[in-house]
Design a protein around this ligand. Structure first.
Ligand code: APR
Length: 230
């Protein structure tokens, strides 16, 4: 009997209890920074060093945080289900928790990319500086999707939503598209769960809202789903 497919759409809330700031909560990351100065092509044109420093700080933080119970529970789901993680997050906590199929819609902190050829992507775990060049000699940039830029991985994520037998949404304010639109590709009859302490309202059928933080809400949901699959 083939395993049921679960698509998990995660946002910054799944990493909050690991100590990584969300974006729009009170004292969120965007409160400390002008979004367009550090996360847009215009900001990059204006001050590359400022943008590099912003992401260097966020990349460095990854060495001092750990996956939390929610990341770990989601990885455990793979014991009984075929699990696809579609995340808006640029941290590596789903990888470190052991999830196998992960789509990063908004890029990855631990990668750098050529500014002359977007196919030139490098694993990168240290600071990116203004002297770091790609093999074609152009400045390296963070492999992050900035505001106003295309989201190439949406093409891989949408079909996953369409084939899901179960959909789980964790820790996203559902304010950024096209990521927020993925839930609308999940079939009407498919059960959907939304784990978030302050859940945004999502107008989709078959939705069960779990108003809880990720480490407890996701753990409980995963334990229930693993029991159902026995
Ligand atoms: N457990 C679960 N959810 C939580 C927790 C927690 N402990 N703490 C906060 N949250 C929820 C908040 O209630 C909110 O709904 O996480 C969500 C965070 O929302 P945002 O900060 O808007 O993060 P996200 O939805 O991932 O942002 C999407 O916007 O800035 C861009 O590219 C960036 O990927 C990001 C995108």
């Amino acid at each position: 009997m083939a395993k049921k497919k679960i698509v998990v759409l995660t946002g910054a809330g799944v990493s909050a209890e690991s100590g990584i700031q969300t974006f729009r909560d009170a004292d969120g990351l965007w409160e400390g920074h002008d979004v367009m100065a550090v996360a847009s092509p215009e900001g990059w044109e204006k001050d590359q060093a400022l943008v590099l420093d912003f992401y260097n700080q966020r990349r460095a933080q990854l060495h001092s945080v750990q996956p939390n119970e929610a990341h770990i529970a989601l990885a455990e789901l793979e014991q009984k289900y075929e699990v696809f993680i579609v995340t808006q997050n640029v941290d590596d906590l789903h990888e470190r928790a052991g999830s196998s199929n992960i789509v990063h819609l908004h890029g990855e902190l631990k990668k750098a990319r050529s500014t002359v050829d977007s196919n030139l992507i490098y694993d990168w775990d240290k600071d990116i500086t203004t002297v770091d060049k790609c093999e074609k000699g152009s400045q390296l940039r963070p492999h992050i999707v900035w505001f106003g830029e295309a989201v190439p991985m949406i093409g891989a994520a949408t079909p996953l939503s369409m084939i899901a037998d179960i959909c789980i949404v964790v820790g996203t304010s559902m304010q950024v598209y096209p990521a927020a639109g993925l839930v609308h590709y999940v079939k009407d009859e498919v059960p959907k769960y939304f784990v978030d302490p302050k859940p945004a309202s999502i107008n989709i059928p078959n939705l069960k809202v779990i108003a809880d933080k990720a480490t407890t809400g996701v753990r409980k949901l995963v334990d229930q789903l693993l029991k159902e699959a026995e």
